[in-house]
Design a binder for this molecule. Structure first.
Ligand code: SF4
Length: 184
């Protein structure tokens, strides 16, 4: 049964934003980029067992100029931080970032001066992926989450309004140093 049999009158209505979102999410190319142990799990999603090719993403780009997704897989050292930022800056817009693993997201167990305590100190992050290391299935789930975000992303003046709303929400959020743990 084809989609034309399900539609009542043989036509389909959508918006330019929805079409653009669908095209974008179906053609994401990750940058070839790994920092530590999490990168091994990231590489696993390219194998037939996990098959990232089903999303059209098996082409990890060797140049940031032909990539629009950065998967930060592993801890970010202070020495590496400017390089991460440079690679990010070289990627064309629109671009997205997945912070893979607890080290990339918050420094993890490396609570010391050598490691950046969260890659969001140097680049904006769209999806945070917990775990040490996250399994390849978890990375696939993060990619699906990112697909949802891309599908529903705004264009033009709507994009400006969405960016302002996100910035306002971030400024009003509880700072991490004021958050209480489960035992507080
Ligand atoms: S989260 Fe765990 S697996 Fe990933 S880089 Fe840190 S220590 Fe390695």
């Amino acid at each position: 049964m084809g989609i034309e049999e399900k539609l009542p009158a043989g036509f389909l209505l959508t918006t330019v934003e929805q079409i653009a979102g669908y095209m974008r999410k179906s053609s994401v190319w990750p940058a070839t980029f790994g920092l530590a142990c999490c990168a091994i799990e990231m590489m696993a999603v390219g194998t037939p067992d996990y098959d990232i090719a089903r999303f059209g993403m098996e082409r990890f780009s060797a140049t940031p100029r032909q990539a629009d997704l950065m998967i930060v897989a592993g801890r970010v050292s202070q020495k590496m931080a400017p390089v991460v930022r440079q690679v990010y800056d070289q990627m064309p817009e629109p671009k997205w970032v997945i912070s893979m693993g607890v080290c990339a997201s918050s420094g993890g167990m490396f609570n010391n001066y050598a490691i950046v305590q969260g890659v969001d100190h140097i680049i904006p992050v769209d999806v945070y992926l917990p775990g040490c290391p996250p399994r390849p299935q978890m990375l696939l789930n993060a990619i699906l989450e990112l697909h949802d975000q891309i599908q529903n992303s705004k264009l033009g003046v709507n994009r400006v309004h969405a960016a302002r709303a996100a910035e306002k929400a971030a400024l009003e959020a509880t700072p991490t140093h004021a958050m209480k743990g489960l035992l507080a």
